[in-house]
Design a protein around this ligand. Structure first.
Ligand SMILES: CC(C)(COP(=O)(O)OP(=O)(O)OC[C@H]1O[C@@H](n2cnc3c(N)ncnc32)[C@H](O)[C@@H]1OP(=O)(O)O)[C@@H](O)C(=O)NCCC(=O)NCCS
Length: 184
């Protein structure tokens, strides 16, 4: 069970709001989750609005069942959804969480996700009292690996042919960070 995060939880800093996905977000998901965004992800791109609604329904079910905590990232100045950040796994025995995240292509390369991951990590340590945060990225996903490194996470290991992604076996780089290691 993911600690201290509910359906109603909403996190915000001066630029972004993180809130649970709602059915009205379906058009935004459909627009944002294209082939390039999905390339390194465990899921495929969203093909139509109907599929988008199903994805959101699944996310909401996971939140209700305390399996995961997915949130959409809303840019405050435009009120636009620009991506997603999730707690995709919670490790009860070690009180660790794993983050997953994506941004719409037009928002890449502006240090947005580094800021959001750092913000959420600070919240998880200070409010949720988690002990450790894990970030796993496909070895070739340089952008995601740099985010982990920029917030102070250490490379725990490179696991060869560790996951199946889009019908091929891929190497996975696993990073983790403790509260005292976060680079602000
Ligand atoms: C990975 C992703 C979240 C990065 O988000 P972003 O907001 O563009 O990343 P940032 O702008 O915060 O960049 C962080 C660092 O990575 C670098 N970087 C980002 N994308 C990169 C890329 N494709 N190749 C090389 N470096 C990249 C940036 O230059 C920056 O480093 P710098 O500060 O030294 O310049 C975004 O590209 C994305 O959503 N990709 C598709 C989904 C995905 O791969 N999710 C992660 C799965 S583990």
């Amino acid at each position: 069970m993911i600690p201290r995060l509910t359906f109603e939880t909403q996190l915000e800093n001066e630029k972004y709001i993180l809130r649970c996905p709602a059915h009205v977000d379906a058009p935004a998901f459909y627009r944002l989750v294209n082939k390039e965004v999905a390339y390194f992800m465990s899921f495929d791109y969203i093909k139509d609005i109907q599929e988008s609604k199903m994805v959101i329904e699944k996310m909401r079910k996971n939140i209700h069942e305390w399996e995961k905590w997915d949130s959409v990232i809303v840019q405050k100045n435009t009120h636009e959804i620009i991506g997603c950040i999730s707690i995709c796994r919670y490790f009860d025995d070690t009180n660790a969480i794993e983050f997953g995240y994506w941004l719409g292509k037009e928002h890449w390369g502006k240090w947005i996700m580094t800021e959001i991951v750092r913000f959420f990590a600070n919240y998880a340590f200070s409010q949720m009292k988690v002990r450790k945060i894990i970030i796993s990225a496909q070895a070739e996903n340089i952008g995601s690996r740099k985010i982990a490194e920029k917030i102070g996470a250490k490379l725990d290991g490179l696991f060869r042919e560790h996951k199946s992604r889009k019908w091929k076996l891929v190497d996975i780089a696993v990073y983790s960070v403790f509260e005292n290691e976060i680079i602000q």
